[in-house]
Design a protein around this ligand. Sequence first.
Ligand SMILES: CC(C)(COP(=O)(O)OP(=O)(O)OC[C@H]1O[C@@H](n2cnc3c(N)ncnc32)[C@H](O)[C@@H]1OP(=O)(O)O)[C@@H](O)C(=O)NCCC(=O)NCCS
Length: 132
Amino acid sequence: MIEYRDTMDGAEYSTFDGFCVGWKKPLSTVQLRAVISNSTFKILAIDSATTKVVGIITALSDQINWAFIPYLEVLPEYQKQGIGKELMKRMLTKLSQINCIDLTCDPEMQPFYDKFGMLKSEGMVIRRYLSE
Ligand SMILES: CC(C)(COP(=O)(O)OP(=O)(O)OC[C@H]1O[C@@H](n2cnc3c(N)ncnc32)[C@H](O)[C@@H]1OP(=O)(O)O)[C@@H](O)C(=O)NCCC(=O)NCCS
């Protein structure tokens, strides 16, 4: 069974193993734990059989008008079971009073976000690792 929690209570570093799949510069479990902890909102999907974190979504927000969703990931072996959709649905509920919700994604991910009523947009970013 998958449980959804919005706190980091009791989550050890080792419970964040296996994330940042395919990243050029993956975060260590210490960094990932800090990223989640420092985020304004976070929801963790936890496999209650193992107590391991299997999915993560975070949002940064001024809590008045803007929120940005920088991070959504489900461990490969848990994908295609509805966990990503549930994390996104729960985060949008948390952000229901916020007018502007942004995220960046590759074009192939747009159909996933379309399902939540998100609109295609354009943006500018800095990615320092691309020039390293
Ligand atoms: C994207 C991701 C979070 C989806 O999680 P998931 O648990 O596998 O997704 P779900 O099982 O909830 O899928 C929900 C729906 O989205 C669709 N979907 C899932 N991944 C998709 C993708 N990469 N592109 C398009 N649609 C996708 C599914 O087909 C499903 O559609 P349905 O409801 O019509 O059946 C997961 O594939 C992942 O962690 N990918 C690597 C990290 C990543 O790309 N994160 C997003 C950064 S912008």
